[in-house]
Design a protein around this ligand. Structure first.
Ligand SMILES: [Zn+2]
Ligand SMILES: [Zn+2]
Length: 241
């Protein structure tokens, strides 16, 4: 865990057989209005909560969890986090929020075979991923939270309701699993994914000035070269039909 810049903290995922997503904490500490971005894999809730406390953050100041998307490696420990921070709201893009509220977990697991394996391995019940969503995001919102301005970007493709968060002032992008460091991108073959949408979403992100890239997995980059996302998009374009 570390402070990336004032009001942006990073808790590294602890990958196992299945990856565990990173968590970012957004908001000026003095605001008492902090947001968690994503949760992580099953069993990682206490690690994430302890890391938050290790940063000296009072759990009562965490007002919401905003999901970049609802794949298992991001939402798996959300029930554990909600137990520790029960007052925190849950914000998800409409496309995945409706599924969560209806108990439709196809997007969470991504594929049927993976679902039965995970249910057996982690003792998950059929209704483990049914949630009430407090705010449904569409993309295009300008959030003024925790004393900072974050734009919500709708960037589907990796999943049907993937969002990114962008701070224009400090050129910080949190793209979920849409784009990673080292010219990598998220997979585009799971339930509700679309290569063509993924390509368009990469082009949307390529139009932003980004200095700090904070993806859902792997390395974070604090001095992103110019045109990095554009080059990544061009490299992957032939595969994203
Ligand atoms: Zn994902
Ligand atoms: Zn992920």
């Amino acid at each position: 865990m570390k402070q990336i810049t004032k009001g942006v903290y990073f808790i590294q995922g602890q990958d196992e057989m299945i990856p565990d997503s990173h968590v970012y904490i957004l908001g000026q500490p003095s605001s008492g209005d902090l947001s968690l971005i994503d949760g992580g894999l099953m069993g990682k809730g206490s690690y994430k909560v302890q890391s938050i406390q290790g940063l000296g953050i009072d759990l009562s100041h965490i007002k919401r969890v905003i999901m970049t998307h609802t794949h298992l490696d991001h939402i798996g420990c959300l029930p554990e986090i909600q137990k520790e921070i029960p007052h925190a709201e849950l914000w998800v893009h409409t496309k995945e929020a409706e599924a969560l509220e209806q108990g439709d977990d196809r997007c969470v697991y991504g594929m049927e075979m993976f679902k039965s394996m995970c249910q057996a391995q982690y003792g998950l019940k059929p209704d483990s991923f049914s949630f009430r969503v407090d705010k449904k995001l569409e993309g295009g919102e300008s959030l003024e939270i925790g004393g900072m301005a974050w734009e919500v970007l709708y960037i589907p493709g990796h999943s049907p309701g993937s969002i990114g968060l962008y701070n224009r002032e400090r050129k910080i992008l949190i793209p979920g699993d849409v784009v990673y460091a080292d010219y990598a991108i998220g997979r585009f073959d799971l339930h509700g994914a679309s290569g063509a949408q993924h390509r368009d979403s990469l082009m949307t992100l390529a139009g932003l000035e980004v200095d700090i890239l904070l993806p859902g997995h792997n390395r974070i980059v604090e001095d992103l070269p110019p045109d990095y996302i554009l080059k990544t998009a061009r490299q992957w374009e032939p595969f994203l039909a």
